[in-house]
Design a protein around this ligand. Structure first.
Ligand code: SF4
Length: 274
């Protein structure tokens, strides 16, 4: 999968070993092994992808290229260390920043229904819920022109709800896009915190789950015909979808994806860096 090369045969062998190590470590990281749907996924525009995930359906392809995820994880760690080093106290004595703290967006008696995740940063001084996104520079331009899209917007407000559940009073959500580029490029999308955006995203997730658990679904044994009724979305990010199988005519083994102009489906793991 990885492209490797070496200055001689030994170099080539070593390059392959390092590539294998990176792939193995990335695909066995807690984030990659996560089975439960997290705040970063709840707002995924594609019902079918959420359905595959909720059913823990076998993925259609082996491990994708993890390098974007690895770089993104490193960036998150750097931001975590940076804000931890800048920590200060508020007049009431509480720390200003909550850095990478786990929040529960939706508590529930059934573990499968719990939605929880690690919130990149909450700034108590301004009541702002921050989320970092390390993206390609052309992708940054897309977010700058079109906004963050439904998935990232929902994620931001879901973490807002998580902070609210943790006793905070969030006022605003903000997504900070930083480009992987040879010069620093930063774009911030922000809007006032709206609990309803988070509640709507959770309600949609529940409606998809209810459909999966219906007697009709079980009666068809989740056949291709049944899967075909679960809609894909024109906004689907197919190139990052583990169930993408180009050309597939059997949705039980993989989804052919929704090809949108200029964004051909290809393998990748960028969604995992969210
Ligand atoms: S490949 Fe695309 S359309 Fe199919 S489930 Fe994945 S995101 Fe949805």
């Amino acid at each position: 999968m990885a492209k490797t090369s070496g200055s001689d045969e030994t170099g080539q062998t070593l390059a392959r070993r390092i590539a294998d190590l990176i792939v193995h470590a990335a695909t066995n990281s807690p984030r990659s092994l996560q089975k439960r749907i997290g705040p970063s996924e709840v707002g995924d525009p594609c019902d079918r992808r959420l359905a595959y995930k909720l059913l823990d359906w076998p993925t259609a392809r082996a491990d994708g290229d993890p390098i974007a995820s690895v770089i993104g994880t490193g960036f998150h760690t750097w931001m975590e260390e940076t804000f931890t080093a800048r920590q200060g106290d508020l007049p009431d004595g509480r720390p200003r920043y909550k850095v990478e703290e786990r929040v529960t967006v939706r508590p529930h008696q059934l573990a499968a229904l719990v939605v929880a995740g690690s919130s990149d940063l909450y700034d108590r001084a301004t009541g702002t819920v921050w989320d970092w996104k390390l993206v390609g520079h052309t992708t940054l331009d897309e977010y700058r022109r079109k906004g963050p899209g439904p998935q990232y917007r929902a994620q931001a407000h879901l973490y807002g709800l998580g902070q609210e559940n943790a006793g905070e009073q969030p006022q605003r959500v903000a997504i900070c896009f930083v480009a992987r580029y040879h010069e620093l490029r930063v774009h911030v999308w922000t809007e006032p915190y709206d609990r309803q955006v988070a509640l709507d995203a959770l309600a949609r997730l529940d409606s998809i789950r209810a459909r999966l658990e219906s007697p009709e679904a079980a009666a068809t044994d989740y056949s291709h015909t049944w899967w075909d009724q679960i809609p894909a979305s024109e906004q689907a990010k197919c190139r990052f979808c583990p169930w993408l199988k180009p050309g597939s005519t059997d949705l039980t083994v993989g989804c052919p994806g929704v090809q949108s102009a200029g964004r051909p489906a290809r393998h990748g793991f960028e969604s995992l860096i969210a």
